[in-house]
Design a protein around this ligand. Structure first.
Ligand code: LRH
Ligand code: MN
Length: 426
């Protein structure tokens, strides 16, 4: 199923007048407008290959039908998102859930949809059918060298898969840890994990990065061997210049100050990228900006300050992994992803509207009230017309969700694929 340009243009006509009014209203107050619109249009978000089907929990999974049941259909689905919002120009694969049968054919198909390959993800948190050693008690941390070696070889295999697709980064998230006090010698587990990561690091091509993703709990509930940003930073700072920390927004203990973590990782040059989502309690993997939109704004405020202002580099210049990691229990996966991309784009636009000069003055004068007013002035600005204009300029839909629904995309996919198809992934 394709959403061609003409169809989107035709649909835009019914929104154009309203958009032009909203756009002129906000554009009037912005001096570097063209630069801002270009930054938004250049900012590309990677869609996770494992989040195109219905997610679920141990209590149940309620499939919505026509899920993509192979990599080609997953690329087609992400191609639909990108045709609509022109901001979903990359796919992040998870191995072995999405092993490309023919890398060149997959690369060609992705290119036809305007998609690149962002970080590839290894998986040593599940046992594969023909696997000699179990990861029940961990992988890179495991007390048994043979289990660690198996996990190291898997990560090296994932790098090879990624190389064939043009990816430039490996994401390592470890479920490793312990469920009970006394189960693990923390230092031995750390040392085993570090030794294993060093062998994976040594296998990285010269222009590759490794993202070490941390998580406070689940599936282990007493300790995680990469449990917070400090532990990830301990690994990445010792591994070398190609190692970076990946921040999954749902992987923190309640009320963690994620924007401060981002500011410090940026300061150290060790921020690799993000898994954007939202959560109220644990790793809920909910729609980005659906629960804590102000936190997301404060994170983008640090990103714009630390990258665009201090390093004079647009966020979209490709140095970071901007990826979504979500799971859809009750929403149509594609509608959920459209909402997540929209939330990220609006938040980036708001962070670009912060009056940096005035904020620095307020901070230097300890004018706490003005500092808050300056930030909230931007956060309370309706930036939707700016994001819509960037889409329009890029040939996308002014209202992606409306086109998705008016064109009955899910219904058409069900006609093509049937109702019972199930996607690999979470
Ligand atoms: C772990 C995680 C990790 C992925 C998995 C799908 O919670 O965030 O990034 O490997 O989800
Ligand atoms: Mn993640």
């Amino acid at each position: 199923m394709l959403l061609n340009k003409e169809l989107i243009e035709e649909n835009n006509n019914s929104y154009l007048a309203n958009h032009k009014r909203n756009y002129e209203y906000i554009a009037g107050g912005i001096n570097n407008l063209d630069d801002l619109i270009k930054k938004l249009a250049d900012f590309q978000i990677a869609i996770p290959s494992w989040a195109l089907g219905t997610g679920g929990t141990r209590f149940g999974r309620f499939s919505g039908g026509s899920e993509p049941c192979n990599l080609e259909q997953k690329i087609e689905d992400i191609g639909l998102l990108h045709a609509l919002n022109k901001s979903s120009g990359a796919i992040s694969l998870h191995i072995p859930w999405d092993i490309p049968a023919n890398a060149n054919a997959i690369k060609k198909l992705a290119a036809e949809h305007g998609l690149k390959f962002d970080a590839v993800n290894s998986n040593t948190f599940q046992d594969q059918p023909d696997q000699p050693f179990s990861y029940k008690f961990g992988s890179l941390q495991h007390v048994d060298k043979a289990v660690r070696q198996q996990a190291i070889e898997h990560n090296i295999e994932v790098i090879k898969q990624g190389e064939a697709l043009g990816s430039k980064a490996l994401t390592v998230w470890l479920a490793d840890g312990s469920c009970f006090p006394g189960q693990l010698n923390f230092r031995k587990a750390w040392q085993n994990t570090y030794d294993s990561l060093q062998q994976i690091y040594a296998a990285l091509p010269a222009d590759w990065k490794v993202f070490v993703e941390y998580k406070a709990f689940e599936p282990n509930f007493y300790s995680m061997s990469v449990g917070d940003w400090g532990q990830s930073y301990l690994y990445t700072s010792k591994l070398g210049p190609k190692a970076y920390t990946l921040v999954d927004l749902g992987h923190h203990l309640p009320n963690a100050n994620i924007e401060q973590i981002v500011a410090l990782l940026l300061m150290e040059g060790k921020l690799g990228g993000f898994h954007f989502n939202d959560s109220k309690y644990g790793d809920d993997d909910l729609t980005v900006g659906s629960i804590k939109p102000y936190q997301l704004f404060l994170i983008f405020n640090e990103l714009v300050e630390g990258i665009e202002i201090e390093k004079n580099t647009p966020l979209g210049a490709g140095a970071f992994g901007w990826m979504i990691d979500a799971s859809h229990n009750v929403k149509d996966p594609l509608e959920d992803l459209l909402q997540s991309v929209e939330a990220i784009m609006i938040t980036y636009a708001q962070a670009l509207l912060v009056d940096r000069k005035k904020l620095a003055e307020a901070q230097n004068n300890n004018d706490v009230v003005s500092a808050q007013e300056i930030l909230q002035q931007a956060f309370r600005t309706d930036a939707r017309a700016l994001v819509a204009e960037a889409r329009l300029v890029a040939g996308g839909a002014l209202n992606p969700l409306a086109v998705y629904r008016s064109e009955k995309v899910r219904e058409q996919l069900i006609k093509e694929r049937g109702i019972k198809t199930v996607a690999t992934g979470l």
